[in-house]
Design a protein around this ligand. Structure first.
Ligand SMILES: Cc1cc2nc3c(=O)[nH]c(=O)nc-3n(C[C@H](O)[C@H](O)[C@H](O)COP(=O)(O)O)c2cc1C
Ligand SMILES: *[C@@H]1O[C@H](CO)[C@@H](O)[C@H](O)[C@H]1NC(C)=O
Length: 343
C-alpha cells in the first residue's frame, strides 16, 4: 500500500512505514489478521501474544513472515506484545521472549508488569549478542513511569496511554490530552511518543500529531472490523455503544477470575449487569455465580467487551485496510485544513 500523501514522523522513519498508525497489541481473537492488515496498509501492527507458549509464538511469527512476504533473514515488519504479569507467572519467560526474537520482529511491546525492566534487558542483551536492534515499546500511564522507562530501561518508544483507553491501563491515569503534553515537557529529547486511548478518527490523529505525538496506537477502533473474530453479540454491543457506555474497574476481571494485574491497573469495558451486580452490593461469589450462569445460558447481559471511550465514535464495521486508509486520509485532510487557518 502506498499513500499519495504519506505522513512522515520520527515513528514512520524508525519503522520505515508511511502512516504513523499502529495497531495496539491486544489479547483478542483475530489480532494476527488485524496486525498484518495494518502493516500491509502502510501502518504497523502488533500481535498480542500474552498467553502463547513457545511453539505457538514460533508458528504465529512464521505465518506472519509468509503473509507479509518477508524474505528469510530480514526483520518481519510487525511487533509482538507481551504482558508482564503473565510472563512473571510463566516458568519460561526468557525462553518465550528469545523464541520470538529468533523470528526477528521489528519491535516488541511490554505492558502491565512489575518486572518489565527485566524483560527489556533480555531483549537488549539478545540484540547485543546478535548484532541486532529490536525496538522496545512500553505503555506508560504517568510522567514518573515515562521517566523510568526512558532513562533507566532505555526503551525506544513510549506508548502514552490515557484514561480513555479500552482494555487494561492505569486506573488513575489522566486523559490523553493532558498526559501527552506532560510527558513531552518532562522528556523533551526522549524516546518516541505513541499516543493511545480513545482514538477513532483522523482529526484526532491530526490533533495528537500537532500536540507532539510521533504516532498513534489504536485498539478499540480495530475491533470494528471483520478481522476481529469476536462473536456477533460483542460486535453489536460495540456498534450500540455511545460515549457513556464504557466504564473502568475491576468488576470484569473479578468475575472472570483473571487477577494477576499489577497494583493501579484496571480495565475499561462496556458497562452491563456485571457492574450493576457490584453496585447492588452482591458478594464476589455471587457475582461470579451470576456471570457463569449467564454465560452457560448464552445470555447477553453479562458478556465482557473490553473497549475504550472511542467506541462511541464508530458505528460501522469495515475491513482493517479500509479503516487505516480512511484514518490516514482524514488525518491528512485535517492537517491541511488547519494549516490554512493561519492568516
Ligand atoms: C480488547 C482489547 C484487548 C487488549 N489487550 C491488550 C494486551 O493484551 N496487551 C496490551 O498491552 N494492551 C492491551 N490492550 C490495550 C491496548 O494496548 C491499547 O492501549 C488501547 O486499546 C488503546 O485505547 P483504545 O482501545 O481506546 O484505542 C487491549 C485493548 C483492548 C480494547
Ligand atoms: C451514563 O451512564 C450512567 C450509568 O449507566 C447513567 O446512570 C447515566 O444516566 C448516563 N448518562 C447519560 C447522560 O446518558
Amino acid at each position: 500500500m502506498s499513500f499519495a500523501r504519506p505522513i512522515t514522523t520520527r515513528l514512520t522513519r524508525l519503522l520505515n512505514i508511511q502512516t504513523p498508525i499502529v495497531c495496539a497489541a491486544m489479547a483478542v481473537p483475530g489480532i494476527n489478521d488485524m496486525a498484518a492488515a495494518v502493516t500491509e496498509s502502510g501502518g504497523f501492527g502488533f500481535l498480542g501474544t500474552a498467553f502463547d507458549d513457545v511453539p505457538t509464538l514460533k508458528s504465529t511469527m512464521r505465518t506472519l513472515r509468509e503473509r507479509l512476504k518477508t524474505p528469510a533473514g530480514s526483520p518481519v515488519p510487525a511487533g509482538v506484545g507481551f504482558v508482564g504479569w503473565v510472563l512473571d507467572s510463566a516458568p519460561n519467560a526468557e525462553e518465550r521472549i528469545v523464541a520470538v526474537l529468533e523470528e526477528r520482529p521489528v519491535a516488541v511491546w511490554l505492558a502491565f508488569g512489575d518486572h518489565l525492566e527485566r524483560y527489556a534487558r533480555i531483549v537488549q542483551e539478545y540484540d547485543a549478542k546478535h548484532g541486532r536492534k529490536t525496538f522496545i515499546f512500553t505503555i506508560i500511564n504517568t510522567v514518573a513511569e515515562a521517566l523510568r522507562a526512558a532513562n533507566e530501561w532505555k526503551v525506544d518508544a513510549l506508548i502514552v496511554q490515557g484514561i480513555e483507553a479500552g482494555g487494561h491501563g492505569g486506573a488513575h491515569t489522566p486523559p490523553l490530552f493532558e498526559l501527552l503534553p506532560a510527558v513531552i515537557e518532562a522528556l523533551p529529547n526522549g524516546p518516541l511518543l505513541v499516543a493511545a486511548g480513545g482514538i477513532a478518527t483522523g482529526p484526532q490523529i491530526a490533533a495528537l500529531l500537532t500536540l507532539g505525538a510521533d504516532g498513534v496506537a489504536l485498539g478499540t477502533r480495530f475491533l470494528f472490523t471483520p478481522e476481529c473474530a469476536w462473536p456477533p453479540v460483542k460486535k453489536q454491543m460495540l456498534l450500540d455503544a455511545d460515549l457513556n457506555s464504557t466504564v473502568r474497574g475491576m468488576a470484569f476481571d473479578e468475575v472472570m477470575t483473571f487477577l494477576g494485574w499489577p497494583k493501579g491497573v484496571n480495565g475499561r469495558a462496556i458497562r452491563n449487569k456485571i457492574v450493576d451486580d457490584v453496585e447492588e452490593g452482591a458478594s464476589m461469589e455471587e457475582r461470579i455465580k451470576r456471570f457463569k450462569e449467564s454465560e452457560q445460558k448464552g445470555e447477553k447481559d453479562r458478556v465482557v467487551v473490553w473497549a475504550g471511550i472511542g467506541a462511541g465514535l464508530t458505528n460501522e464495521i469495515k475491513p482493517t485496510s479500509e479503516v487505516v486508509r480512511l484514518l490516514h486520509e482524514d488525518a491528512v485532510q485535517a492537517l491541511q485544513v488547519i494549516v490554512s487557518v493561519i492568516a
